[in-house]
Ligand binder design. Structure first.
Ligand SMILES: [Zn+2]
Ligand SMILES: [Zn+2]
Length: 338
């Protein structure tokens, strides 16, 4: 059994050249990246199943002794290769799934082009756009926490978007919160929901390790940091030289923090869910190169849908039909309107 890919380079055009109209190569790529299982063991016999590529199915086929007799019985356990995976219930061929993602991960993402070139319906295209977004949102949600005892973390918040009033409500604006280690420059960024101060503390606790020295500007929402296991320093521009030095270092750090999303303006709609989608895709694109973005995307897919965890038994030993794939995606696809 081979191991999952630890890193590979394949740019946009190389990717299309390798996988366009090639389901076999696409499935091998997905398997190499842990999206599909490298092996399946039978839940009844605990023995390794064998794979039949033409049916995309794993079969057991081992013989078991029947208790109190001398007879043996063959195990007919089988499971779809795609069960519980990113491809579960997919209505489009595997090569289309990965070529769709490849295009979605390019800066020139164009929904119309990808749909027409791959020959997929509006509803299916919208659904796969959503599944791809869920992967980068999963990545955003699972950013590594930063800081730790005595490590200085500069935090900052920024408001994105244009202020536009409609029926007294401001639209197209979103608070984004982030933190960056002053020395290593490791950082996280996350959209901030209302009520700000309440959600802020939960983000700080999620992404900043206890014992960190948190440096912030003066903003009311930050006032409760001291109630938690952190050391909180507030830049107060007192003219004091230590404070000025700290203020300068803080500004330099936070400028780096927003560098990646400086030109970002939220798209239409005022729902945080969509802002989070835009932001997560944008940050994912900024974090990776043209050549390695596909690798990291499919490794994230594998983390989100770990294969082999949902292996269930088929209903009876006598049933040797290929197990029907659960249509996880199908349900969701039908929810999306054209
Ligand atoms: Zn790889
Ligand atoms: Zn078995």
């Amino acid at each position: 059994m081979s191991e999952v890919c630890l890193g590979c380079e394949c740019n946009y055009f190389e990717f299309i050249q390798k996988f366009y109209k090639d389901n076999e190569a696409s499935i091998a790529y997905l398997r190499d990246h842990g999206v599909l299982p490298l092996g399946v063991s039978c839940p009844r016999c605990n023995k390794p199943c064998h794979y039949r590529a033409e049916r995309h199915t794993w079969y057991c086929g081992a013989y078991r002794k029947i208790a109190k007799t001398k007879r043996r019985k063959q195990c007919y356990f089988s499971v779809s290769d795609f069960k519980g995976s990113f491809l579960s219930g997919a209505k489009i061929e595997p090569y289309k799934v990965i070529c769709f993602a490849n295009h979605w991960l390019s800066k020139q993402w164009d929904y119309q082009t990808v749909r027409e070139c791959l020959g997929i319906s509006v509803a299916t295209g919208a659904a796969w756009q959503k599944y791809c977004s869920e992967v980068t949102e999963h990545w955003l949600d699972n950013q590594e926490p930063i800081g730790g005892p005595d490590i200085v973390v500069d935090i900052d918040e920024t408001l994105f978007g244009k202020l536009k009033y409609e029926k007294g409500k401001s639209l197209s604006q979103i608070w984004v919160f982030g933190g960056i280690e002053r020395d290593s420059k490791n950082y996280f960024i996350f959209p901030l929901e209302e009520p700000l101060s309440q959600n802020l503390m939960s983000l700080i606790q999620k992404f900043i390790l206890p014992g960190s020295v948190i440096v912030s500007n003066r903003w009311n929402a930050y006032s409760s940091i001291n109630n938690y296991d952190y050391i909180h320093q507030v830049i107060n521009h007192s003219g004091d030289s230590t404070d000025e030095e700290n203020a300068q270092a803080h500004t330099q750090s936070t400028e780096l923090l927003w560098r990646d999303i400086k030109e970002w303006t939220p798209g239409p709609g005022n729902r945080l869910q969509f802002y989070k989608q835009y932001l997560s895709r944008l940050l994912f694109l900024q974090h990776h190169t043209f050549s390695n973005i596909n690798h990291y995307f499919f490794r994230e897919v594998a983390r989100m849908y770990p294969p082999g965890l949902e292996t269930e038994e088929t209903s009876s030993d006598s049933c040797n039909d290929v197990q029907k794939e659960p249509n996880d995606h199908e349900d969701k696809e039908s929810e999306v309107s054209d």
